[in-house]
Design a protein around this ligand. Sequence first.
Ligand code: TMP
Length: 203
Amino acid sequence: MFITFEGQEGAGKSTQIKLLHDYFLAQGVNVILTREPGGTVIAEKIRRMLKDTENTSISKKTEALLYIAARAQLADEVILPHLANGGVVLSDRFSDSTIAYQGFGNGLDIDDLVSMSNFAGDSLVPNITFYLQIDVQEGLARKLTQGAPDRIEQRELSYHLKVQKGYEHLLRMYPDRIKAIDGAQPQDKIHEIIIKYIKDITA
Ligand code: TMP
């Protein structure tokens, strides 16, 4: 099973994905937790490049290709082999982020992004995606309490609002796969909701 977490800056994905990882470990499931961009030595190097606030000259196309390259490396090295072994993979972000951030946020062609993403991930689609919803400004403010903003977080509010529109579009397109959860709720409540969905799809 391939499970992804999506959401805007400061939505609380990382906390929830760790809680779900702990839940699976406690059940004795062969589970791994990874993230995008990142999750391998090469992809973590690409992540640093993408987040570096000095890299203001990265073009929109280059940025998209770097996210896609990181995805290809993670898919080939980690995700696909683990799934082939019958394991569960949890990923903090996947292709939906590219559609929301590079497609809706940066205005790149959605069909191009979908086909490049499919190329990178061997057309892998998550079994279920948890989309944690948060007020955009509240999320950005939350992030600021955790340290200096990275290159993407530094973008203006209008960019982040376009990303939100992208996620809402994806939610309408894939209502069976993407489960929206109010990220403003207490963490244990959100975890409970996620476990309920997991129990439903594994029943
Ligand atoms: P995060 O893992 O801390 O959320 O940081 C990843 C950042 O990269 C976040 O700002 C979202 C952005 N991103 C994209 O713009 N496109 C993508 O395809 C992915 C995976 C992430």
